[in-house]
Every structure is written in structure tokens, then in C-alpha cells.
Write a protein of this length. Structure first.
Length: 194
């Protein structure tokens, strides 16, 4: 099956298409969109971040999932592939395929020039509809800078930022403190190198 421009799909059509696709696509309001592949900085940041989260959550009932696991926002119908999704406790999947998570506690997106506005705006609007989501982390690709949005008990969201390689950022929802020097390790122009 090939993807036609502006073709609308139902959720069932999308899942049938996506499970056989060579590349990753997201479904937004019935429209299928090809996702970016990333670059060296994105890949290194993502690897470092996932390694740090995995290390800190190793002995807890939490799973760290990378870009390969699809996420669904039931309320809005968004299907997407966040850079990182963390689920603590029992993961819940949309169906028996176990390839579409519906209950992340933390979602992480590494920002890029082509996705930053979407990740900050419309995509975050979708993510906020996830009842399980307690924290949303945005990771800059062009400077050592993290932005953590945390859901407060009243449903509002609070922003906490950390900048510079000497800084760290606590994510209380998962009990992890990230050192920016580790997140940006070996990233050309940003992190320490050997």
C-alpha cells in the first residue's frame, strides 16, 4: 500500500498501513504524516537520555521506551511516536499487538527545527489529554537546555527549566534527576568529548 498525499484514514486503516510501513507515520485528525528521521545530535541526545532514564529506573517498576513504540491519545485520536515514553506500573496497550501504548507517565521530545513548534504547541495539546501523563520533557538540540512541564493536582501545568552543562533537572514524577552533562555527552559543539 502506498500513501497518497492528503489521504484520510480511519484508525483501523492507519494501523493496518503502519504495521507494514518501512517508515514511521503519525495519524492526526485522519491525516497521515511521515515523521522525521533525525540527525547525529538528535540520536546522541536520545541515546544519552534513554540510558540515563533506564539507569535510574532499573530497579523500579518502570519501562523506558524509545521511538519505536507508538503512543495513542484516546481522547483526540492522535497516534504518534514520541522520542521517549516512560510508563511506571503496568503498561496498557490499545490492543493485543502491544505496539500502541496508552498510559505513559512521562513523554520526552527532542526538539528539532522542523518539529519544535508542533512539539510545543499542537502535539502538547494532544499529550495533555492523556490522563496518565504527569510530565512532558522538551530537550533542546542546539544548546544544553531542558524544559519540564509537570501536571499539578489542579490540572494546570508548571514549567521548570535547566540550562548549561553544569545544571541538573529533577523529574519527581519518576524519581529521576538528569545531569545535563550526561544528556549532552559527546554531542558535537554541546557536550564533553574524549
Amino acid at each position: 500500500m502506498t500513501l497518497q498525499a492528503q489521504q484520510l484514514m480511519t484508525e483501523a486503516e492507519y494501523l493496518a498501513f503502519e504495521r507494514n510501513a518501512q517508515e514511521q507515520h503519525e495519524l492526526v485528525n485522519g491525516q497521515v504524516r511521515l515523521l522525521d528521521r533525525g540527525n547525529q545530535a538528535h540520536s546522541l541526545i536520545l541515546t544519552n537520555l534513554a540510558s540515563e532514564l533506564r539507569h535510574h529506573l532499573k530497579r523500579r517498576p518502570c519501562e523506558v521506551h524509545l521511538k519505536g513504540l507508538r503512543l495513542k491519545v484516546d481522547e483526540t485520536g492522535l497516534y504518534t511516536y514520541p522520542d521517549v515514553a516512560v510508563v511506571c506500573g503496568e503498561p496498557i496497550f490499545e490492543d493485543q499487538h502491544h505496539d500502541t501504548l496508552v498510559n505513559p507517565l512521562l513523554v520526552v521530545e527532542v526538539l528539532s527545527p522542523s518539529t519544535e513548534a508542533y512539539d510545543r504547541g499542537a502535539k502538547f495539546e494532544h499529550y495533555r489529554r492523556l490522563p496518565s501523563l504527569a510530565a512532558y520533557l522538551l530537550v533542546s538540540q542546539d544548546k544544553p537546555h531542558l524544559e519540564l512541564f509537570r501536571r499539578l493536582p489542579d490540572g494546570d501545568w508548571r514549567l521548570t527549566e535547566a540550562s548549561g552543562l553544569e545544571a541538573s533537572l529533577e523529574i519527581p514524577e519518576v524519581g529521576v534527576t538528569l545531569a545535563l552533562a550526561e544528556v549532552y555527552d559527546k554531542v558535537p559543539g554541546l557536550g564533553k568529548t574524549l
